[in-house]
Design a protein around this ligand. Structure first.
Ligand code: ADP
Length: 466
């Protein structure tokens, strides 16, 4: 089968979150299953820093290769993409994002004809590429080259829908009638994700739990009705991990490699991380980590609220993240008050992320909701125990040790309160000091396999169905 994956971010070229991990790894897994895959993404400034050679193709397009022979095509437009951020800067989202991403969608479809690659399926991801199914069925509908192409729209997070002022609709170069309740209109604004949901042949999301949740008012961020209309075409496929990137045995970014058959190297990673973060170097102090976007979704409010009590538990916490300014300020304040036990790193730093997964004993994911979540799966591989709120993909993968001892592999809180969160942390700490139980636990989780192979097979099954 011929497959085109379209995404605004792809590892190793551009990343702000899990979307990039997924869109870098799924194509390689599909290629390993003998599918013919290409990727299309914008040519941001950071794309040139990946260390992978990029060749000019035709005016407006360039190309690189990943995996055995997965071609990654970059849509060029210096005015739109030659900037430091992907979506915005310190002052907020770029004002011309509708133009930037509608340009990317149209050019991607043009590219297919230029390179003579008529895919069986285009798999779009999130709002940035959600216009592709729309343009395919409008602008390109009379061109026989595009006739047989089907589309899948994968939603990674309902909270990001690509909302723009109604006045910008003319920039999309679509019939005005599409700005309607059954089309792009959303409380008076343009909603690009909604347009994609209406026009795509199939819709997927990144876990089965989240596929159910987004049909409800609580999780759909206002799109429950349009999703319910498409519920027969909506599927949940859990994300996998690329173990050529996330594996403590081969990871070049951590302090010392270790393997599930001998986890003793984790101790060195912990001590080096403590040193690196300016924390007291002591192996018997539980070290808790957090890596993620500093957004409300990720539970930063709960973490901040709980910090006074967390500070009294005799543990250390290392946080790596970047995001909303209010959270930067909130966490900086906490860091000032707890210099001995709290290491705050307000940046995007891939190496430090790897070191946190490897060096910490526990990984915090108090996310209010989590479509899939990669942090808990990465943690398992590095023999680090997740502490999570039961939601979406976290509910699918992390089971509480106390309430379900057979499957138990972490600490789960089920009411979204400071008390319940602290209780989960305390239970984790007391289990940590029960050395035999803890050792068994980390040995168990390190054997888990969340590789892409199974999930990639499910994507192929779905593509075949269309
Ligand atoms: P989301 O997609 O909602 O951001 P996920 O858990 O699915 O969350 O994936 C987050 C990915 O981004 C993980 O690979 C995580 O390690 C990485 N990440 C998030 N923030 C940072 C950061 N500040 N520095 C380095 N890596 C980060």
């Amino acid at each position: 089968m011929k497959i085109a994956i379209c995404s605004s971010e792809v590892v190793p070229f551009a990343k702000t979150g899990g979307l990039a991990d997924v869109c870098g790894a799924l194509p390689l897994a599909l290629e390993n299953l003998n599918q013919e895959v290409i990727i299309a993404m914008p040519h941001y400034a950071c794309v040139n820093n990946s260390g992978i050679a990029i060749k000019k193709l035709k005016p407006g397009f360039s190309c690189a290769t990943i995996g055995r022979n997965v071609k990654v095509y970059f849509i060029e437009n210096d005015q739109y993409y030659n900037r430091t951020g992907l979506y915005g800067d310190k002052t907020g989202d770029y004002q011309d994002n509708l133009l930037r991403f509608s340009f990317y969608c149209r050019k991607t479809l043009e590219l297919l004809k230029i390179i003579d690659f008529a895919p069986d399926v285009i798999n779009c991801n999130d709002w940035h590429s959600a216009l592709i199914p729309v343009y395919l069925k409008t602008h390109f509908v009379n061109d026989s080259f595009y006739k047989k192409i089907k589309t899948v729209l994968t939603i990674h997070n309902m909270a990001y829908q690509g909302l723009f002022p109604r006045e910008e609709f003319s920039y999309l170069d679509l019939d005005e009638s599409l700005f309607s309740k059954d089309g792009f209109e959303f409380y008076g604004k343009i909603n690009l994700l909604k347009g994609g949901i209406v026009f795509a042949d199939y819709i997927t999301t990144v876990s089965q739990g989240y596929a159910q949740e987004i049909l409800t008012k609580e999780f759909s961020c206002g799109l429950e009705e349009v999703l319910r209309k498409r519920s027969n075409d909506l599927f949940g496929i859990i994300n996998g991990l690329d173990y050529s990137i996330w594996n403590p045995k081969t990871d070049k970014q951590i302090f010392l490699n270790y393997d599930r058959s001998d986890l003793s190297g984790k101790k060195n990673n912990k001590e080096e991380l403590q040193r690196f973060c300016g924390l007291g170097v002591k192996n018997d102090i539980p070290l808790l980590g957090f890596v993620g976007r500093l957004a409300q979704q990720k539970g930063i409010d709960l973490l901040s609220e709980s910090f006074k009590e967390i500070g009294k538990l005799g543990i250390q916490v290392v946080i790596l993240g970047t995001g909303e300014h209010k959270y930067h300020a909130l966490l900086e304040n906490i860091a000032k008050q707890n210099p001995q036990s709290f290491s705050l790193n307000l940046k995007f730093d891939d190496t430090l992320a790897h070191r946190i997964y490897a060096g910490c004993d526990m990984f915090l994911m108090p996310s209010q909701y989590e479509p899939c979540g990669l942090g808990q799966m990465i943690s398992f591989k590095y023999a680090t125990i997740p502490i999570v709120y039961r939601s979406g993909g976290l509910a699918d993968t992390v089971f509480d040790l106390n309430s379900n001892s057979e499957d138990g592999n972490g600490f789960v809180f089920t009411s979204y309160t400071k008390e319940a969160f602290l209780d989960a942390i305390k239970r984790a700490i007391s289990t940590y000091f029960d050395r035999g139980t803890w050792q068994k636990l980390i040995e168990k989780v390190a054997t888990y396999n969340f590789s892409w192979e199974e999930s990639a097979k499910k994507y192929i099954e779905l593509y075949n169905r269309i």
